[in-house]
Design a protein around this ligand. Structure first.
Ligand SMILES: [Fe+2]
Length: 435
């Protein structure tokens, strides 16, 4: 049953009292103020809060229906206008990457593999892991390098552009080996509330990452282009070490459903807008809310303040977190919406700057299972990581971004690192072999 706007899970609120108040943070704020000036930041703040009024009204009304759904083959036939609509929402469901039967077989294979190696495979939460530290199973390799997956990744990467690469060679997909999930029903999970991946404090602190958002800093948030790779390809989301930070830029985060999952069945929630919401998150640390709670949505009444070390929802070693009171103009309680029901073989995609969360409850009857498979472009930083990741593939060990997994080469039924599971040259290239 779709959620009404009134239910809100008991995720923790981000507060200054529980926040990271490192004095270094003030220096980072002041650097940005010195570069762009208070007036430009305030101009952007007012424009962004104003724009959010109509955006959040629309999302709060349409809710899940805001998220576009399209059939696999249709992704390749989109006109410019339809593509732009998908870019504007910043997330969508692509149905039928593979037939349901194929995906269900992938699930059975994975589930058997996990059952047969239960004592060895680790994951999160530690007491009853279902986010599994498993990277090289046959199912995951299939979901990543299946020819239809590779073609989709390439197409989705092409939604972006790079001024240094008009031919879009960056769109050649790479494999980013991520984990998988086999979540049983009936067990609440609070570990992944509203957050944005691809770094946290690095967005303000890393000069290249900060430059990605230059239009926002200079008072022109309308001109900010979230699909420009020109500067972003050099940004470092892992500037501050932390287990949650990916060294790789994923243009689209995503997963492939191995089972069906409806809303409230351990699935995903998205804030289906990216351009204005990320601008708001970036500007928010520079402004203090008015004392009177009734004025909270009046952007004019917020005070500029670069002396406060608090970046709401930011701990440098983990992803950017969000909560309704700390980010009031996002109206998260109404606008963080459940994705539509997915069936085995469907995929869901969201922009790397998009706020998302994992549902606390799983009130369905069966496992809710996905393989995390992102659309990963060929950039210098990504290629260097994939080269290192290839060694992990060859040895069956955990990739650099996901330490702590087991030695998969010792698992019963380990498919091996022979390249027959890579679906030919495109898959071989994507995992880092020269072809
Ligand atoms: Fe995430």
């Amino acid at each position: 049953m779709p959620s009404s706007g009134n239910e809100w899970p008991d995720w923790p609120e981000c507060t200054a009292e529980t926040g990271e108040l490192d004095p270094e943070n003030i220096k980072i704020k002041k650097e940005i103020v010195a570069l762009y000036g208070e007036a430009a930041l305030r101009k952007s703040w007012l424009a962004v809060c104003e724009r959010l009024k109509s955006l959040t009204d629309e999302i709060a009304t349409k809710r899940t229906a805001t998220i576009p759904e399209l059939a696999y083959d249709d992704v390749f036939k989109l006109g410019d206008e339809e593509k732009q609509r998908l870019r504007d929402v910043g997330c969508f469901v692509v149905r039928g990457l593979v037939p349901e039967k194929v995906a269900s077989d992938w699930f059975e294979d994975l589930n058997t593999y996990v059952e047969e190696n239960k004592p060895t495979i680790t994951g999160w939460p530690a007491e009853a892991p279902f986010l599994l530290r498993l990277y090289w199973s046959r199912t995951q390799m299939e979901a990543r390098t299946h020819p239809r997956a590779m073609a989709l990744h390439r197409e989705l990467n092409e939604f972006w552009h790079d001024d240094d690469d008009a031919a879009k060679s960056f769109a050649e997909p790479l494999v980013y080996a991520d984990a998988c999930r086999i979540r049983p029903p009936g067990v609440p999970f609070r570990g992944l509330g509203p957050h944005i991946d691809a770094g946290s404090l690095a967005r303000w602190a890393d000069p290249d990452y900060r430059k990605v958002y230059e239009k926002i800093w200079t008072g022109n948030p309308d001109e900010y282009e979230p699909y420009d790779l020109t500067v972003r390809k050099n940004a470092d989301p892992a500037l501050f070490p932390g287990g949650a930070h990916s060294h790789v830029l994923r243009l689209w985060q995503g997963w492939t459903a191995l089972t069906s999952a409806d809303a409230h069945e351990g699935s995903l929630m998205l804030f289906p807008e990216v351009k204005t919401s990320i601008a708001y998150v970036l500007l928010r640390p520079f402004f203090k809310p008015p004392g009177n709670k009734d004025d909270i949505l009046d952007a004019e009444k917020w005070t500029f303040d670069a002396e406060d070390p608090w970046f709401p929802g930011v701990w440098r070693d983990t992803s950017q977190e969000l909560s309704p009171d700390a980010f009031p103009h996002l109206r998260l309680k109404e606008c963080l919406v459940h994705i539509p029901k997915v069936n085995p073989g469907d995929t869901v995609w969201w922009h790397c700057d998009m706020c998302h969360a994992v549902e606390i409850e799983h009130s369905g009857n069966g496992f809710s299972s996905v393989a995390y498979v992102a659309a990963t472009p060929t950039t210098k930083i990504n290629s260097a990581y994939v080269k290192r990741q290839l060694e992990a593939f060859m040895s069956g060990s955990s990739p650099e971004d996901f330490p702590g997994g087991c030695n998969e080469s010792a698992l019963k039924g380990y498919p091996g690192s022979n390249t027959t599971i890579l679906n030919g040259d495109i898959g071989r290239k994507a995992i880092g072999f020269a072809v």
